[in-house]
Design a protein around this ligand. Structure first.
Ligand code: ATP
Ligand code: ZN
Length: 284
């Protein structure tokens, strides 16, 4: 019994998908142009596919699970379950118009021609906002459409926005925030669900570890209470005495989001020799 996972064969999600599996301790060797491979130490078969096809394959149970952008899941409208957000491949689906044009709100799009590879999501957005526009579906290089007179606006994926800028466009509406997700077939059998749970357990441990850092510092005992109170830790921080009297070593785990703010407060409270180290896995 093997679980079959579909990932993008090349493109923006490929490296991070492979890295995630590797960090889950799953050994994979993949040669370019190889359509599928088997993990060496986990009952997992890996299929390499175009990202747009992944939801369909998962719906049809050709693959049991898959890694794909939420944008593709919503656009393809296939019957699959989103199991877990994966924390990479972040982008947004946005409407952009010529930089020189004025924009006063969604009604500015009324009657315009919008070029996009996401007709379903654009149509939903227009309907939600009671606006009518002509949707021109094109499969790639959407950003050049206004420049060549094919459309008045575009709706495309954006991360930094630099592609829009180079093409003389400005972003005016965000219609979706997206990141890579793990999807699953709706009718997995109990054996497959067991394997999926095993994989999910590892994915969650890797995600947690990525979002957290291990911190070690020296604290003067007279301010130890204050310093300890600043640190959350998994249960509570570890405190061990230093060889030098009057000092303790404090160990804890810090979340990436609150990291810098807490470090500043720790310094103010007299913490010294602060070391921050990455965590490889984190299991609560
Ligand atoms: P394929 O050949 O598999 O169809 P593609 O060209 O459609 O590849 P990529 O450009 O590799 O797809 O993007 C794959 C996914 O990466 C997108 O669907 C999206 O979820 C995510 N992504 C993250 N940032 C961006 C970005 N700036 N532009 C496009 N996609 C992005
Ligand atoms: Zn694609």
């Amino acid at each position: 019994m093997k679980l079959k996972i579909a990932i993008q064969k090349s493109g923006r999600l490929y490296d991070d998908s492979i890295l995630l599996l590797k960090e889950c301790g799953i050994g994979i060797s993949h040669r370019p142009n190889q359509l599928k491979t088997e993990a060496s130490n986990f009952p997992l078969e890996i299929f390499f596919l175009r990202d747009d096809d992944i939801p369909q394959y998962v719906e049809d149970a050709v693959a049991d699970i898959g890694v794909v952008g939420e944008n593709v899941v919503f656009e393809t409208e296939k019957q699959v379950d989103v199991v877990e957000k994966l924390g990479f491949g972040r982008c947004r689906l946005s409407i952009a118009i010529n930089r020189t044009e004025t924009y006063t709100g969604v009604s500015s799009i009324h009657g315009k021609r919008i070029a996009t590879s996401y007709p379903v999501l654009v149509k939903q957005f227009l309907q939600r906002n009671g606006v009518e526009a002509e949707i021109h579906e094109i499969s790639g290089s959407v950003e050049i459409a206004p420049g060549i007179g094919l459309a008045d606006a575009i709706c495309d994926l954006v991360s930094s926005g630099s592609t829009l800028l180079t093409n003389g466009l400005k972003e005016v509406e965000t219609i979706l925030q997206s990141e890579a997700v793990l999807i699953r077939n709706l009718h997995l059998d109990p054996e497959q669900i067991k394997l999926l749970d095993k994989l999910l357990f590892r994915i969650k441990a890797v995600k947690k570890a990525r979002n957290n850092k291990y911190i070690l510092l020296n604290a003067p005992n007279h301010n130890l209470q204050k310093i300890v109170s600043l640190l959350p830790g998994m249960k509570s921080p570890t405190v061990v005495p230093l060889a030098e009297p009057g000092w303790s070593s404090v160990h804890s785990v810090l979340n990436e989001n609150e990291f810098w703010e807490i470090i500043e407060k720790l310094k103010e409270a007299g913490a010294q020799g602060i070391l921050v180290v990455p965590i490889e896995k984190m299991i609560l």
